[in-house]
Design a protein around this ligand. Structure first.
Ligand code: SF4
Length: 403
């Protein structure tokens, strides 16, 4: 019996799909390659934007075309929130863990357990937290995943030790709101310390931490040579008025002073962020104000999202909705600025020794990987993958270091 897996959305979803795949391979179900026929399709969906929901629908339709007789399960946020997906079964996020049992009951196999194949041996996502109740006014997540849960620290240590034994070099700690991790009195900072102390993992990266959850202790830990010199801190807007309307609990000034402090304590750190373009009420003036703030603060990478209204959130029918074309233009300006800043950061890192871990070869024959401070690095030299190497690059192109 063959199962095809498809993931949309965030790192948490990637982790959860991987967990499903491993559980089902252990139970004797083979994994179908992309494009090959299968008996069961599991689509781990996303509902963060309208586009994500549209992609989920398209993935379900494509699954039907590839294997018309297959049983299609749509799991996750879009399955929980958007009715009418053309699937056989919709499983909301909080019931995803039950999928292996459900598959075993409906489609029993006689085969013995298979040993799960490890996909990528370089960077592994480790989900340690779920749930958010911040209710940022644009975000659907608190309606879909509002139950907080944090993984047991001893189990996380065990999982990371197993990943080390299986040859992984880097882990990315992830969660819906990673900074709110708390299990039996252990915070994100405490868990990171535990992992540094009790495992041999070479590099620990934090996926995304909200500005108000970054503690001095956590920043202090980033000086450890095994911590990735990288923080992803969602900004969303550089305008105080827009931030307030978004229900984000900080001002641009507070955000800026946090970044200054982080840069002072961790020289060379890469700070990346997310920004929404065209939030309701974002006038031309407020957009310009935000743009100036972003330029002044400087980021080594930015993810830009044109505002996508989600039914059920407060921003859905807020006054001052921005015209679609204007949102597109603002997003394009932000992307232009992001590319310039990324190149500036890459230039700054030329001539400086970097610890790089190469992962795979791209379609142009370049070996590619990432530095500790999350710059992409490309080379045509002979170099081992999945092994930290110290390199000094003389050139930076399109925001990446060339070695
Ligand atoms: S912090 Fe805000 S944006 Fe992030 S998941 Fe929670 S509600 Fe959504």
């Amino acid at each position: 019996m063959k199962i095809w897996y498809h993931t949309l959305g965030c790192k948490v979803n990637q982790y959860e799909t991987e967990k499903l795949r491993i559980a089902l391979e252990k139970a004797g179900y083979h994994t179908a390659e992309d494009g090959a026929p299968f008996d069961i399709g599991i689509i781990n969906s996303c509902a963060v934007t309208e586009t994500a929901v549209a992609k989920t629908r398209a993935a379900v339709r494509k699954a039907r075309e590839t294997s018309p007789g297959a049983f299609i399960i749509a799991a996750g946020c879009a399955a929980g929130f958007c009715g009418g997906l053309p699937c056989d079964l919709a499983v909301p996020p909080e019931e995803k863990d039950g999928i292996p049992e459900l598959v075993k009951q409906r489609f029993p196999v006689a085969e013995g357990p298979l040993s799960p194949a490890l996909r990528e041996r370089t960077r592994a996502v480790v989900k340690i937290q779920d749930g958010c109740s911040q209710f940022c006014s644009y975000c659907i997540i608190p309606y879909l995943r509002n139950r907080f849960s944090s993984a047991d620290p001893a189990e996380v240590v065990e999982e990371v030790q197993a990943l080390c034994r299986n040859g992984f070099c880097e882990i990315v700690l992830t969660g819906i709101r990673l900074g709110s991790y708390r299990a039996g009195g252990v915070s994100l900072e405490g868990l990171t310390e535990l992992l540094l102390e009790k495992t041999d993992i070479r590099r620990i990266r934090l996926s995304s931490v909200e500005a108000w959850e970054i503690t001095p202790g956590l920043v202090g830990l980033l000086s450890d040579s095994r911590m990735a010199k990288h923080l992803h801190i969602p900004l969303q807007s550089g305008s105080a008025r827009v931030l307030k309307a978004m229900n984000r609990p900080y001002t641009p000034e507070e955000y800026e002073s946090l970044i200054q402090n982080v840069r002072k304590q961790v020289p060379g750190i890469g700070v990346t962020t997310d920004v929404i373009a065209g939030f309701p009420g974002e006038t031309e003036e407020l957009f310009e104000e935000g743009l100036r703030f972003i330029e002044k603060t400087g980021f080594s990478r930015m993810h830009i999202f044109p505002f996508s209204p989600r039914r059920g959130t407060r921003a859905w029918d807020m006054p001052g909705q921005v015209d679609r074309q204007v949102k597109k233009e603002r997003a394009a300006r932000l992307r232009g600025l992001a590319a310039e800043m990324q190149q500036r950061f890459a230039d700054l890192n030329t001539g400086v020794p970097q610890e790089a871990i190469f992962e795979n070869t791209d379609k142009n024959g370049f070996l590619r990987g990432y530095t500790s401070n999350y710059l992409e690095i490309l080379t045509k030299r002979e170099c081992p993958v999945n092994t930290p190497v110290t390199v000094t690059c003389r050139e930076a192109k399109n925001g990446a270091l060339i070695w």
